[in-house]
Design a protein around this ligand. Structure first.
Ligand SMILES: Nc1ncnc2c1ncn2[C@@H]1O[C@H](COP(=O)(O)OP(=O)(O)OP(=O)(O)O)[C@@H](O)[C@H]1O
Ligand SMILES: [Mg+2]
Length: 251
């Protein structure tokens, strides 16, 4: 498949991506040649059976894992082949992650957890406090800012994790089964937040999910089966309207 245009036209371009794990002396071909482009401001779901390679693909796009073969561009810059420190800098600047388990720091309160990516980057508490407060407000948790993770419900913890993922105003949000542990009503709140965030900030959002209702509510759904792209609704319909106004992305 040759769907990708010039790497600079898309936020993400994945070309012929292969990931092979060696396990107990055996080669395991987990991604077997994926071509995928993600436009700036696009919202999409990645679906497919357990073991299809969804998380592996997300980790490769998010620079958390290195592909065995193939190339990935982020915002026009090829990230495959970059050294670890450079990758970490790009990850910190451009990508936010939300996982199934929130990985909040238990000894810090909600506000501090949201500020954390900036503090790690060397920015001051004074600098980070306002954007963190604004994001807690956006996810509906300004009343819980001083609660530690253990003093929050599961859905609230996940919303703190979402605020944390967004605090450095990333271009790309990657979420791996972000509502896998939540009840339906709480998941719905979280899903609506993804759409709100996309509309307000123009963030490109990729959500790996087993939730068919959520997937079907997304403008684009990509299905992976056995390490290959089985279906992309983008190929099956006319191009969607842009998802978000080209609003200012200033922090
Ligand atoms: N570090 C590793 N070493 C060896 N095999 C691995 C490793 N990580 C993943 N795998 C294998 O790669 C395959 C794809 O894993 P991946 O986590 O990407 O699946 P997935 O589509 O996200 O599945 P799920 O829906 O269950 O989360 C699985 O069969 C898994 O066992
Ligand atoms: Mg997975």
């Amino acid at each position: 498949m040759t769907t990708h245009g010039s790497p600079s036209e898309n936020l993400i371009v994945v070309e012929a991506l292969v990931k092979t794990f060696m396990h107990m002396g055996r080669k395991l071909d987990v991604l077997r040649g994926i071509d995928l482009t993600i436009a700036q401001g696009e919202v999409m779901a990645i679906v497919g059976p357990s073991g299809a390679g969804k998380s592996t693909l997300l980790h490769c796009i998010g620079t958390l894992d290195l592909p065995t073969k193939g190339r990935i561009w982020l915002d026009g810059e090829e990230i495959t082949g970059l050294a670890g420190a450079k990758l970490a800098a790009i990850r910190n600047r451009s990508i936010g992650f939300v996982f199934q388990f929130h990985h909040l720091l238990p000894e810090f309160n909600a506000l501090e957890n949201v500020m954390m990516p900036g503090l790690i980057q060397g920015r001051s508490r004074a600098d980070m406090k306002k954007p963190a407060q604004e994001l807690l407000d956006e996810v509906g948790l300004s009343e819980r800012a001083t609660h530690r993770p253990g003093e929050l419900s599961g859905g609230e913890q996940q919303r703190v994790a979402l605020a944390r993922a967004l605090v450095l105003n990333p271009k790309l949000l990657l979420a791996d089964e972000p509502t896998g542990n939540l009840d339906t009503a709480t998941s719905d709140v979280m899903h609506q937040l993804f759409f709100d965030i996309n509309a307000r900030h123009g963030t490109s959002i990729v959500v790996v999910t087993h939730n068919t209702v959520l997937a079907n509510s997304m403008p684009r759904v990509v299905r992976l089966v056995d390490g290959l792209l089985d279906r992309d609704t983008k190929d099956a319909q006319a191009p969607a309207e842009p998802q978000a106004p080209a609003e200012s992305r200033d922090a």
